[in-house]
Write a protein that binds this ligand. Sequence first.
Ligand code: ATP
Ligand code: MG
Length: 566
Amino acid sequence: MAAAQVQRMSRLMVKTLRDDPADAETLSHKLLVRAGYVRRNAAGIWTWLPLGKKVLDNISNIVREEMDAIGAQEVLLPALLPKEAYEASGRWEEYGDLLFRLKDRKGADYLLGPTHEEIFTQTVKDQCTSYKDLPVMLYQIQTKYRDEARPRSGVLRGREFQMKDSYSFDTTDEGLAESYALHREAYRKIFARLGLDYRIVSAVSGAMGGSASEEFLAPAAAGEDTFVDCPACEYAANTEAVTFVAEAVDASGVGPVEELDTPDTPTIESLAAHLGVPASATLKNLLVKVDGEIVAVGVPGNREVDLGKLGEHLAPAVVELVTAEDFVDRPDLVRGYVGPQGLEKVRYIADPRVAPGTAWVTGANRADTHARNVVCGRDFSVDDYLDVVVVEEGDPCPACGAGLRLDRAIEIGHIFQLGRKYADTFQLDVLGQQGKPVRVTMGSYGIGISRAVAALAEQTADAAGLCWPAEVAPADVHVVAAGKALQIEVALDVAAQLAAAGLRVLVDDRSGVSPGVKFTDAELLGVPKILVAGRRAGEGVLELKDRRTGEREELSVAEAVARLRG
Ligand code: ATP
Ligand code: MG
């Protein structure tokens, strides 16, 4: 093994801070700044200092190795892009304020790339002409630009950030599925090597179909995404993707529908209080417009309708809330007192919890009146069952039935079967086996490289500082010379031996810095192993400390070298 370099702290540009930066809210932001890994230039714009750059490069290299291993080829496209391609795809407009737009000296429009589907499509159109040239997978590790509304949390959400983006090009749907599966597997290897705790969740609702798009989430308190996590089994999902499986119940014991005089009870709370029943016994009927037509959506009174979920289920139809005007010609719709029984002219969508045989208190379609014993399947029918309620803590896991947890996470990766959207825009065809042109189908796959630094810091840091997993750490071992000249001499000597054995070594050889400060710095910097040349250095005895567990042991120099090498 080639000798690695020894990095001497006395020559390293690193200024550690004892206090958290005033603007920092998240742990990773505080610690990466305090440990001298990054430095802020402007909102969401960061300098990577020497130690930070090492971690960033280690992550990039792991990603590069695993992308190469699935046969993806590395390229580097420009970050400064002419407007035309993004105008063709519609994203010049669609991106809105997120896009950094600029003009050149001649007044022509440019943008700083937020992601590169358009340019990769053009590249492949230019380079590949026959089915024999495909499949092809291309990737780059590049600086991306997005004018994020809230560039908080340090490098977790930058306006300039590093992303690995890759794109697959296939002639068949099976080919695309294969390229997607290869990426999924590569991502699993990458995140395992990074030492990251992660979950794979479906990024779209069940209605749009399974695995066409999945996100890799790193559970962390600082995360901006909420996801559902089952404490009892492997199940994890995007909050929008959770589906409840309802079972029919026996309603033979339920009496006939009974109307109730319920003055001034237009809300679920007022109704439940008036009747002395729990909100969960009432059926709430939300009216919405779907492509202009009024539709009722029934959910238990204690649950909220997730309009985003409803919109996804019904897409491409457009869902809007109703306004007072919509009731002008509709005497059949009594606002606040709608019930599905007798709603003949209205399509009725219900949550699966409104299962056949369930009995409800609901509106009687007359002002100030409700009805009880309204049984699903007997007194009203459901046109479509759609899971549209906001998922809540404790809802049953669709896989095993245990109570779900709602947790926070950081999105670190995203894989997506794009299909032919961009190929259609740019007419990306290759000559097929039969001599006819075939439209290409694409996948796109991202990993937040700079975000992964922060995600790892979030998951692994403790009260004393950063605590890197082995493969991403800026060094394998941090040798600390407690103070005196002799200790510095021993430390430099053991550092040289460790480097000769192929280890990446950081050695604190600073003179005139107290041992206390050096130990505090070592904990803050977060190298996984700390080797101290202290009190017994003269006798050739060193102390090895595990940064994560805090375990210590005394070893001879030779033992320490052998141990760290193993
Ligand atoms: P988010 O929902 O967090 O804004 P996104 O869905 O817009 O992310 P993608 O377009 O899928 O992200 O980008 C691919 C990856 O790039 C993401 O999974 C994430 O890890 C990373 N990423 C996206 N935006 C940023 C950012 N502003 N700063 C750092 N990394 C980012
Ligand atoms: Mg995404």
